[in-house]
Ligand binder design. Structure first.
Ligand code: ADP
Ligand code: MG
Length: 441
């Protein structure tokens, strides 16, 4: 049983090398042309912070899921750049209700403006900063640092009158209606904010990776390499890769990946992401466990309905299972009983843990292959810092170690020059830092 699974999920170095070659090609094609496999979206961020900036600015963060409030988060932040690489912030969090997600666009943006107003009053912040950075985690066609058009909504939003419109303008008009003297000077998404935030702390940061619900990466590219911009400018720009959209024949896809993809909300899309990120790893594990029970006698060949339910097996369970190093795997036993009323044998539990290890390992290997490809692309094998944010990276035991081992496997001793650092709150504080860098008054 185990040998078979091992062949399905184990990725030899030679295959990871093929992934690197194909991703490298996809990065280049994405820089040359619009709408490619890896989109390589220019961010119009041409300047990174030095860490010495001292400033107070506002930031908005829309589109990250809210674990506590449910639904989607909307945050308002007062971000203080304190110099010496230190940033602090005060914030208010609001859940966007299902009703608000279906309202007219004007109603939605007026709600944001009202919350900004409320925050300013409640926080008693004295002189109100004029500049605001806006993290908008939806597909946007960006045309300037402060201009971007919504391509389509996601995450349950359906507000009319926003698609194909400049979301900065829509928010700016809502501020004007509310009488707020605030300028939206930067529009960004999560990985761009993460790169900026971490660069404020550590100016060597040139790559940011998100390993959470989804996966994405941003990095600093030479403008002359972003051919589709058709610009004569020199210098650098952050590129938002949208690498989660990568697919290609080099990806070691097996029948469980295919099953997951087919029954997903976006079949055929985000294939790399479906092998790596938190939204999917638990589901992939569940599909394998159900197969092993149905066909190979796991759990006495009995699958409770609770385990048959799609997405019932959270990626966080994998963390708990991998963390259990007790002789009899008692935590695994408790988890299976509590979540699925499964009375497991010791062998069952060993198999469950083994499946988690295989799937967690493959995810870390593939993420590391992406990082190695980017480090090679920017030719920073001698010294580079990669900022990583997301709960999968932060909480999955051994994820970072597996990535690091894979970097050595792929890059040899040069991997020792790559620092992987945990980044936090790029979507909030990163937006603030970009607002400070782009403020006009
Ligand atoms: P987002 O990426 O949506 O901004 P997070 O970075 O918090 O938010 O990632 C949330 C995702 O991380 C969840 O969808 C879940 O799959 C995964 N996750 C949360 N907790 C854990 C954990 N303990 N172990 C592994 N994965 C986790
Ligand atoms: Mg996040």
């Amino acid at each position: 049983m185990s040998e078979n699974l091992n062949t399905l999920f184990h990725v030899p170095t030679s295959d990871l090398n093929l992934v690197m070659v194909e991703m490298g090609q996809a990065f280049r094609t994405g820089l040359n042309y619009d709408d490619q496999n890896i989109k390589m979206i220019p961010s119009y961020v041409k300047e990174l912070p030095t860490g010495h900036e001292v400033e107070k600015v506002l930031a908005l963060d829309l589109g990250n899921p809210s674990l506590i409030l449910g639904g989607t988060n909307f945050r308002v932040l007062l971000v203080s750049l304190e110099g010496e690489g230190k940033v602090s912030s005060r914030q208010a969090k609001f859940a966007v209700t299902e009703e608000q997600k279906k309202a007219n666009g004007t109603v939605l943006f007026d709600f944001f403006a009202a919350k900004v107003h409320q925050f300013i009053l409640a926080e008693n912040i004295g002189e109100i900063p004029h500049s605001l950075g806006f993290t908008f985690s939806f597909p946007v066609y960006q045309t300037a640092i402060d201009q971007g058009y919504l391509i389509h909504w996601a995450k349950g939003f359906e507000n009319e009158g926003v698609i194909n419109c400049d979301v900065v303008q829509l928010l700016q008009q809502a501020f004007i209606r509310k009488g707020l003297d605030i300028n939206i000077v930067a529009l960004l998404n999560d990985p761009v904010g993460t790169l900026t935030k971490h660069a404020y702390r550590n100016t060597k940061t040139s790559i940011a990776v998100i390993l959470g619900t989804g996966t994405n990466a941003a990095y600093v590219e030479e403008i002359s390499n972003i051919k589709k911009l058709k610009s004569n400018e020199s210098g650098h720009m952050i590129v938002n890769t949208e690498w989660g959209g990568f697919s290609g024949s080099s990806l070691p896809i097996n029948r469980f990946d295919i099953a997951l993809d087919r029954s997903s909300e976006n079949p055929g899309k985000q294939i790399y992401e479906k092998m790596i990120s938190g939204l999917y790893l638990g589901e992939l594990t569940r599909l394998v466990l159900v197969h092993l029970a149905d066909d190979r006698g796991l759990f006495h060949a009995q699958v409770p309905n609770s385990l048959r339910k799609a997405y019932s097996f959270q990626t966080a369970y994998m963390s708990q299972i991998e963390m259990d190093t007790s002789d009899l795997l008692l935590d695994v036993s408790v988890l299976l009983r509590q979540k699925y009323e499964i009375e497991s044998s010791f062998v069952d539990r060993q198999v469950v843990k083994y499946v988690c290890q295989l799937i967690g390992m493959r995810a870390a290997q593939l993420a590391a292959a992406g990082i190695a490809t980017l480090v090679r692309k920017i030719d920073q094998l001698d010294d580079s810092t990669v900022a990583v944010d997301g709960s999968l990276y932060a909480h999955y035991p051994g994820f970072e170690g597996r990535m690091r081992d894979t970097l050595f496997e792929l890059l040899g001793s040069d991997a020792g020059n790559i620092k992987i650092e945990h980044a936090t709150d790029g979507s909030g504080q990163g937006a603030g830092i970009l607002a400070a860098l782009h403020k006009t008054i």
